[in-house]
Design a protein around this ligand. Structure first.
Ligand SMILES: *Cc1c(COP(=O)(O)O)cnc(C)c1O
Length: 376
């Protein structure tokens, strides 16, 4: 890649020599997958780091979504958010479930609990919210509605690695939460993911389901899938876990600089940290008000792009506007005004552990120069 290009993120990579030592162990053991030692070690280490009771590792962050729905026998309709990565809704589709889109709360970017009840029908069985950008959803209100109607809650927490509210993991909310360890995420194993559950029985069921449904050598208890993480990526994950805190701190410092510099810029909105929340700074979304800023979101996006700054429009377009889903009754712009506005104004600025002061200055200059031109 062009050296002058600034990408939206950069993968956290383990030290190659350390990784090589672990690879040598794998080579010696010749145990490549199926609950190997590094797989077991990583599950244990992640439970401790994330402060969750049970976790099951997967090959990516999409299979845990699909598997959670299978494990809980979810069918009929599931209420979800259109403001996410497309895998959230795809996981419903792959289970023959009809997605019902509900608008978001502009204060969190997550599903709006106040709009949930109106979307519930006799066919509704679950809610699938997303902690988008790692910002906690209004979990207490969501749970209260789920309890009232007897619905399951599965959180797509792909962005929420390490996020805590008042010292408690956000991943402990709902019936289950999923994580993605894709290379673009704060904590990565190149490809990878996990499912977090509340009890040992569900952990057992998920472990069967991710291994074709095998419970022992000759018994298959359910039509499972192959979702097992291999030893190579588990080793990579163990090494990355040691440095993820430093990575999150480096990201936090980038966020501090962005906020300081962009606060006076009219027409550029962003979020501050939420009180009591340990954020992971996985994304830094800004929202462009074209009238106030003097340039549209897309104009700014392409200006950044021209200058080698590869910011991203996460999440544009909305999932509900893709061809598979746009025909659904809940997919209209009228039903989703807040999500539509957010998708039309958002730019996620580069944020990662290797971003230099010079990079940040270059990005800020590009954003602030357009604004000052308008002021003259
Ligand atoms: C990345 C992501 C996924 C999918 O994870 P993969 O590991 O790429 O399969 C699911 N949901 C959200 C919100 C994501 O950002």
């Amino acid at each position: 890649m062009d050296k002058d290009v600034i990408t939206v993120t950069s993968p956290l990579l383990p030290d190659l020599e350390e990784f090589n030592k672990m690879l040598r162990q794998i080579w010696n053991n010749k145990w490549m997958t199926n609950n190997g030692t590094f797989h077991q070690q990583l599950e244990k280490a992640l439970c401790e780091y994330l402060k969750v009771p049970y976790i099951s590792l997967f090959t990516n962050g999409t299979l845990p979504l699909i598997t959670a729905l299978q494990a809980l026998n979810i069918s009929g309709e599931v209420i979800t958010t259109p403001y996410s990565f497309v895998a959230t809704t795809h996981s419903l589709w792959w289970n023959g479930i009809k997605p019902v889109f509900v608008d978001i709360d502009p204060a969190t970017g997550g599903i709006d609990p106040e709009r949930l009840e109106a979307a519930i029908t006799p066919r509704t069985t679950a809610i699938m919210p997303v902690h988008v950008y790692g910002k906690p959803c209004r979990t207490a209100e969501i749970q209260a509605i789920a309890d009232k109607y007897g619905l399951r809650v599965i959180y797509d927490a792909a962005h929420a690695f390490g996020v805590e509210v008042d010292g408690k993991s956000i991943l402990a909310e709902g019936d289950m939460s999923t994580l993605s360890f894709h290379a673009t995420k704060v904590y990565n194993t190149a490809e990878g993911g996990a499912l977090i559950m509340r009890d040992a029985k569900m952990k057992q069921r998920i472990d069967y389901l991710k291994n074709f449904g095998f419970a022992g050598e000759t018994e298959v208890v359910a039509p499972g899938i192959n979702g097992k993480m291999d030893e190579i990526r588990a080793a990579y994950g163990l090494l990355n876990l040691r440095q993820v805190d430093a990575c999150i701190e480096a990201r936090r410092q980038v966020a501090v600089r962005y906020r300081e510099a962009l606060r006076p810029v009219e027409g550029i909105d962003f979020w501050d940290d939420m009180p009591g929340v340990r954020h992971n700074y996985s994304y830094f979304p800004i929202f462009v008000d074209a009238d106030k800023y003097g340039m549209s979101r897309d104009e700014l996006y392409f200006k950044l792009r021209d200058q080698g700054i590869w910011a991203r429009r996460y999440f544009y377009p909305l999932i509900s506007s893709f061809s598979t889903y746009r025909g659904l009754p809940s997919a209209t712009r009228e039903n989703l005004p807040n999500a539509t506005r957010m998708a039309d104004t958002v730019i996620c600025l580069p944020i990662h552990h290797e971003l230099t002061d010079a990079d940040i200055t270059r990005i800020l200059k590009c954003i602030i120069s357009s604004y000052s031109k308008k002021q003259k």
